[in-house]
Design a protein around this ligand. Structure first.
Ligand code: NAD
Ligand code: WQD
Length: 337
């Protein structure tokens, strides 16, 4: 039997494929390349020396998706495919709702039709909104502040209703904190198009000389040094959490929610300093205005993932910075290099 990976060519999907292939799992991958490149899949083959089936399919094309599931012995799914840029989601809400929600509904309908009622879903710490305190546990109240976050929350609710209606499903909702870093080989990594929205890709491009100076969005937050605090997690650790989640889903039915973070909060300035230490490169920065919608602090209590999945993060912040720079150095223009 095979595992269907949606969005496998993307940043987290490609790293997860490596872990699954190395664990001897059979994979069938779909992606429409709306935010990724075919080269990422070639690199996965190169790292692992293993093959998998790939179909260029859009989740909005239900017939094509039906054919993939019908013809490939799929019994479970890891669902990464979706759009993820917060700012873009505010500018193009219909695109985000349609792609993320309709895509997920199509997927669940097709999986149910062929009895593949096992799914791991990529949710996000964004569903905790502006948390009243940190660290965050899975039972914190849920809320969102932008259409992207709204799609994650709606999909979580849809999955709950799907389970309530049919208890044969096994559903793991993984709420990722801030994934960064890259595979140690430097062959796969995050490849943002245009100006990066997120902190680490921006710092990496400053380190590589592609951008002049990092803008730190505000130093008047209620944090030890005034800059925003987040829970950064190495993408390979995150990838391994999916393997644990699938292993559990193969033995139990139900729906459950897991924070996937390290439990440690780092400020923007901490990250700049860690990056400098890991790479020996000075990062130019200036303090600018706050970015609308940003919060003071967000970090996980990851205890439940350890107790129930047997998973915990292994890499520290210097590993994350070093690996992210290694990927950038080897691929100055991402997969187009
Ligand atoms: P990514 O954009 O690199 O990967 C997503 C992949 O899905 C891309 O390859 C894209 O082409 C594909 N895709 C999108 N819509 C599709 C559709 N309709 N049909 C087929 N393929 C489609 O993003 P990522 O960082 O790897 O994130 C993966 C998942 O994790 C997303 O659901 C994202 O919302 C979630 N997530 C990401 C982060 C993060 O910071 N990277 C944090 C929390 C949650
Ligand atoms: C981190 C910190 C910024 C860029 C986002 C999404 C979230 C999730 C992960 C998908 C903040 C500061 C950033 C820059 C800066 N994605 N910063 N200068 O906002 O925590 O989370 O990605 O689910 O939903 O919102 O991540 O990397 O953008 O920002 O000072 O150029 O870095 O203000 O404090 P964020 P980020």
């Amino acid at each position: 039997m095979a595992i269907l990976i949606t969005g496998g060519a993307g940043y987290i999907g490609s790293h997860t494929m490596v872990e699954f292939l190395n664990a001897g799992r059979e994979l069938v991958v779909v992606d429409n390349f709306m935010n990724s490149k075919p080269e990422a899949l070639e690199r996965v083959r190169k790292i692992t020396g293993k093959d998998f089936k790939f179909f260029q399919v859009d989740l909005l094309d239900k017939e094509a998706l039906d054919k993939v599931v019908r013809e490939n012995n799929i019994d479970s799914c890891i669902h990464f495919a979706g759009l993820k840029a917060v700012g873009e989601s505010c500018a193009k809400p219909m695109l985000y709702y349609h792609n993320n929600i309709t895509g997920t509904l199509n997927l669940c309908e097709v999986l149910a039709k062929y009895g593949a009622k096992r799914i791991v879903f990529s949710s996000s710490a964004t569903v905790y909104g502006n948390p009243a305190s940190v660290p965050i546990t899975e039972d914190f109240p849920l809320s969102t502040t932008n259409p992207y976050g709204e799609t994650k929350l709606m999909i979580e609710r849809i999955l709950k209703d799907i389970y309530n209606a049919d208890n044969e499903w096994s559903i793991s909702v993984l709420r990722y904190f801030n994934p960064i870093g890259a595979h140690k080989s430097g062959l796969i990594g995050e490849d943002p198009q245009g100006i990066p929205n997120n902190l680490l890709p921006y710092i990496t491009q400053v380190a590589a000389g592609r951008r002049e100076c990092l803008s730190i969005f505000g130093n008047d937050y209620n944090t030890p040094d005034g800059t925003g605090v987040r829970d950064y997690i190495h993408v390979v650790d995150l990838a391994r959490a999916h393997l644990k989640a699938i292993e559990l889903a193969e033995t139990v039915t139900g729906i459950d929610y897991f924070n996937i973070g390290t439990g440690v909060g780092y400020s923007v300035l901490d990250i700049v300093h860690a990056y400098e230490k890991a790479t020996g490169i000075k990062i130019n920065y200036k303090i600018t205005a706050r970015r609308p919608g940003d919060i003071d602090e967000c970090y996980a209590n990851p205890k439940k993932a350890y107790e129930v999945l047997g998973w915990k993060a292994e890499n520290n912040i210097e590993d994350m910075c070093r690996d992210s720079y290694n990927w950038q150095r080897q691929n100055p223009n991402g997969y187009d290099s």
